[in-house]
Structure formats: structure tokens, C-alpha cells
Design a protein around this ligand. Structure first.
Ligand SMILES: Cc1cc2nc3c(=O)[nH]c(=O)nc-3n(C[C@H](O)[C@H](O)[C@H](O)COP(=O)(O)O)c2cc1C
Length: 337
């Protein structure tokens, strides 16, 4: 538990993506170090979408894109772990460098572009992993699939991950895949949701279990679009929303050289926008529709604020990088009912 503040200066002296790769390699090889790093798991069982979460704190998508460290993150005490974004075929993502730390602002800018080993590799690992945490699998499209064929990629991944996922997230909000966010526009969105929800009904019959489908949305939307999107999602049979992905805004980091880098901004500068979106969604969907809050949660107090804005569960990514695994228990305790 006290190890991370000691090793962080060393980790932060190296290239951000290199550290990421080293950490993933370490945790995948030595999953037991997860227990050592995090301390006791907070018990605060909550039932949502038909799933039993041991606490309300999850790992956000993108940190374990290939499902290599499920056991290590499980041992760290997360209530749920979202792996991916995964695409049908493996792809390298954008040229490096593509991930930048802004430590003073406690932020990250990334334009990784869904670098991943493809859905088959992820499913094989997820099938083998021993875990107690709920497992979400976040799916996307390959960069070279034209946007008008995006649906095929989502359906392909949905079919593959369905048997092993506890829930599935449809990622249409990454800023780093050309045209992806267009899928949030009304016509596209409705069509995509119709076919995904139809496919889910068939999968549900075939596998004898109904898996929740969630949509992950961007923070960079007009209020009216956001509300329409929430209502469509609900009407089509989507089980919950995850708000939000990274932002294309540079508000709060304008003065930094890295602000000129293309990509999505996460961490503390995203907090206010992510919270505003969450609050807006809660107003639009009413009290009972599942919402997961993510974006700029760097302390237990931030997690509680997000819960008060209407989040049933929260996820962390950038906060986990800056604060280390002790943030999991800190947030879970702050949210304990
Ligand atoms: C380096 C990096 C990679 C990410 N990759 C993904 C991804 O593959 N899929 C996804 O849905 N979100 C991805 N995200 C977004 C996070 O899951 C999260 O929504 C966002 O960073 C806001 O939360 P945070 O402020 O706690 O980081 C990524 C974020 C970062 C920083």
C-alpha cells in the first residue's frame, strides 16, 4: 500500500507508455503483487443490472486493453474491472509518442487509437482469469473499418465477448478513431442500438444469460444532444450509460506545451465536465437507470461528489496513475453505504 508513492518518482521519470507496458508486463506475470500493492478489499456489496458488485469502484477501460492483468486488478480490490477497448482484429494504434503526462495538472493526454491484440486474444485471457470482481468488456471498431460498416465490428465483438463478459460496453466516444464519435449522432445511434440490442436478445437465448449492454459517451456534447441520446438509449433497451470518455477540450491545460498534442484529455481538468454530464444524464433518465461516473476522480471526496451527482458506480484511470492502488479503497470507503 505504501510502495507506490516511493516508486512513483522513478516511474514518472520514464516515458509514459514505456512505464505502462512495464507495469502491465509485471502485473500479468506476478498477479499476487496486486494484493501487496493495495491492501484490504473494501466490502460494500451492491446489486445493479442483475450483477453483484463487491464495492462501487471500477477500473476504467483502456488501462488493461488486452485483459492481461485481470487477476492483479482483482486482487487490488476493484469492485469491477473493464478491459478493452478491443477491436475485431489486432491493430497497432497511432504512431508514438501518443501518451503524455501533465503532472502539475494531474492529467494525461493520449491518442493511442485502440492499440490492441484483437478480440480473440482478449477472450482467451478473460476465460482463464480467476476473479471475484465483475468483468466488463469494452468493444470498438478497427481503424480501417469504414464508419458506415462500424456496426459489423461491434456485432462481431459482441458475439465473441458475450459468453465471458459480465457486461459489455459499446465505446462510441473515443476521440482517437476517426469518425467514431459520429456514431453518437441521432440517426447512426438509433440504428446501431437497434441492431446491438436485437443481437443481444439472440445471444441471451443462445447462452441462457442476459448480459447488460452499456454505452460509453463523450463529455463534449451539447445538452440537447446528450438528453436525446440518453432517452434513445433507454428506449432501445440499453441497460446503462458510462459518462465520460476523455475530452477534446484543453480547458485547464491551455498554458502547457502538451496542450497542442492531439488526443483526449483525462484527469483533474476533466472533472467538472464529466460531473456536469453525469448530473444532466441523471436528470434525463430518472433515479433508477444505472449510470457509471468516470472522469477526474482523484480522491474519495471526488468519488463521493460523483455519487451525489447521480452515479451508481464510479471508475478511475488517471487518478489510479497519479495516486496508485490505494485510491481504490479510499474511493470505496468514501462510497460505502
Ligand atoms: C491512456 C488512456 C487510454 C484510454 N483508453 C481507453 C479505451 O481504450 N477505451 C475507453 O473506453 N476509454 C479509454 N480511456 C478513457 C478512460 O477509460 C476514462 O474514461 C477517461 O480517462 C476519464 O477518466 P479519468 O479522468 O479517471 O482518466 C483511456 C484513457 C487514457 C488516459
Amino acid at each position: 500500500m505504501f510502495v507506490y508513492p516511493l516508486v512513483r518518482p522513478l516511474l514518472f521519470s520514464l516515458d509514459a507508455e514505456q512505464v505502462h507496458e512495464l507495469t502491465i508486463a509485471w502485473l500479468s506475470r506476478y498477479p499476487a503483487s496486486g494484493t501487496l500493492l493495495a491492501g484490504a478489499t473494501v466490502r460494500d456489496p451492491v446489486r445493479l443490472m442483475g450483477l453483484e458488485f463487491r464495492n462501487r469502484v471500477g477500473l476504467a477501460a483502456g488501462l488493461d486493453k488486452n485483459g492481461e492483468c485481470i487477476e492483479a486488478f482483482d486482487r487490488m480490490g476493484f469492485g469491477f474491472i473493464e478491459i478493452g477497448t478491443v477491436t475485431p482484429r489486432p491493430q497497432p494504434g497511432n504512431p508514438r509518442p501518443r501518451m503524455f503526462r501533465l503532472p502539475r495538472e494531474r492529467a494525461i493526454i493520449n491518442r493511442l487509437g485502440f492499440n490492441n491484440q484483437g478480440v480473440d486474444a482478449l477472450v482467451a485471457r478473460a476465460t482463464r482469469a480467476r476473479r471475484r470482481a465483475v468483468l466488463g468488456i469494452n468493444i470498438g471498431k478497427n481503424a480501417d473499418t469504414p464508419i458506415e460498416r462500424a456496426e459489423d465490428d461491434y456485432l462481431f465483438c459482441l458475439n465473441k465477448v458475450y459468453p465471458v463478459a459480465d457486461y459489455i460496453t459499446i465505446n462510441i466516444s473515443s476521440p482517437n478513431t476517426a469518425g467514431l464519435r459520429d456514431l453518437q449522432q441521432a440517426g447512426h445511434f438509433d440504428r446501431l442500438l437497434r441492431s446491438l440490442c436485437e443481437a443481444r436478445e439472440q445471444l441471451s437465448d443462445r447462452h441462457g444469460k442476459r448480459r447488460p449492454l452499456l454505452i460509453k459517451i463523450a463529455p463534449d456534447m451539447e445538452e440537447a444532444q446528450l438528453l436525446e441520446l440518453a432517452q434513445t438509449a433507454r428506449a432501445r433497451g440499453i441497460d446503462g450509460l458510462i459518462a465520460t470518455n476523455t475530452t477534446t477540450s484543453r480547458s485547464g491545460v491551455e498554458h502547457r506545451a502538451e496542450a497542442g498534442e492531439a488526443g483526449g484529455l483525462s484527469g483533474a481538468p476533466l472533472r467538472a465536465a464529466a460531473e456536469r454530464v453525469l448530473r444532466g444524464l441523471r436528470g434525463a433518465v430518472g433515479p433508477d437507470f444505472p449510470l457509471i461516473g468516470v472522469g477526474g476522480i482523484l480522491s474519495g471526496a471526488d468519488a463521493l461528489e460523483r455519487r451525489n451527482a447521480g452515479a451508481d458506480l464510479v471508475q478511475i484511470y488517471t487518478g489510479f496513475i497519479y495516486r496508485g492502488p490505494s485510491l481504490i479503497a479510499e474511493c470505496a470507503r468514501a462510497l460505502r453505504s
